[in-house]
Design a protein around this ligand. Sequence first.
Ligand SMILES: Cc1ncc(COP(=O)(O)O)c(C=O)c1O
Length: 380
Amino acid sequence: MQPYPFDQIIDRSHTHSFKWDNVTYQGKDMLPMPVADMDFPVAHEILACLDRITEHQILGYAIVPESLKRVAQQKIKNSYGWDTPIDWQVWIPGIVPGITAACAKFAEGGILTAVPVYHPFHLVANWVNKSLFTFPMVEENGRWTFDFLAFEEALNKGPKVFLFCNPHNPGGTVFNDDEIKRIIALCQQYHCIIVSDEIHADLRIQPQSEHICIGKYLESSPSISFFASSKTYNTAGLGGALAIIPDPEVRKQFISATLGFFPMLTRHSIDVMETSWTMPSTWLDSLLPYLQSNHEALLGFINRQNGLHMLPLEATYLAWIEFDERIYGDFQQRLFENGLHVLRGDQFLGKNFIRLNFACPRALLDKALGIIEKTIHEIH
Ligand SMILES: Cc1ncc(COP(=O)(O)O)c(C=O)c1O
C-alpha cells in the first residue's frame, strides 16, 4: 500500500496559496504549475509534529536546539558524505535571504552565475546594488552543463561571488565530480567565493546521479553552502534553512550581514526540520518513484511534439521545456489562455522556454498534458 497519498487531490484554492490563488487568475479555472512547491499532502509524521506544537498552545520565540544541529550534521554526513563540525552551521530563515546576505557582504566586484537560473540568482544583483555577470549553460550529451570557456571569460571580469545552483534549477543538472573540480579550479584561480545552493539535493530523478557538496573540497578556502529540508518535504511555506561556512572570518561576516534583517526561526520550522531529517526514509522512497513516473510521462509526451524539446532531468521536479518560437509564438501566454499556468523562461533568463512543475497528483499532470495537446492542435 502507498504510505503517502500522492494521488489525492486537495483543493488549495482560497488558502492564500502563492501557486493557486495567483491574482492574475481572477476567478478563472486555472491549473497552476509555476511556483516550486508540491501539491502533495505533507507526511503524517510532519503533521503529527505540528499537532504537538498546537496542543502545547505557546508560540513564543524559539532557539535552534543542539538536537537539530546534530541532526543536520548527520544528515549532511549520511546523505552526501560531508563531515561538518557543528560550529560551521549558521541557521537562517530561508536560502534566498541567505544568498542575498552573502552577495551584499562579499560581492564587491560583482556576482557571477550561469543562466538560465532560478530568478533570485540574477535578481539579487539589483537587490544589493552589485554588477551581474552571466555565462550560458549548454546542452552536452543530453544534459545541461556549463560553457566552461565562457565561465572563465566571465570570471576574468572580476566578480567576487559565484552563485552555484546544484542540483540546477531549472536545468535539472546534478553536477558531477569532473564539473565540480573544474568549477573549484576556476573560482580559486580568480579568487571568487563559491556560494552553493543545494536545496534540491535529495530530489534526484535519476537515482544513479550522486549529489556532491562542492564545499567538501573547499574546507580551507572561503565558501558558503546552503541546505534545507523544505523542498524535499514540501514545507516551503514554513521556511528554515542552514548555511555551512567553514572559514570563521567568512562566517562572522556573513552573520554580520544578517543582523537585524533575519528574523529568528519559528518553532514550527525548527521542529519540522528535525522531524523531516529524522523520520524513516519511506517518504523519499515513495516520493521519488512518483516523481520519476510523472517525469517519464511528461518527457515522453513533450519530445513527441513537433517543435518542443525537453532534456531528461537528473534532479528537481521542474521541467525545462524548449519551444520553437516560429511555431508556438508566445507559448506561455497561449497555455495560460487555455487554463495552464507555467513560468515563462525569460524569468530565468532563458529564451523560448517554459518551466513546468510536475510535483502533483498524476491526474493533474494528465490534465496539463491535455491542455498542452489542445493548445498545440489549435496552433497546427
Ligand atoms: C534553487 C532554489 N533555491 C532556493 C529556493 C527557495 O528557498 P527558500 O524558500 O529557503 O528561500 C528555491 C525555491 O524554489 C529554489 O529552487
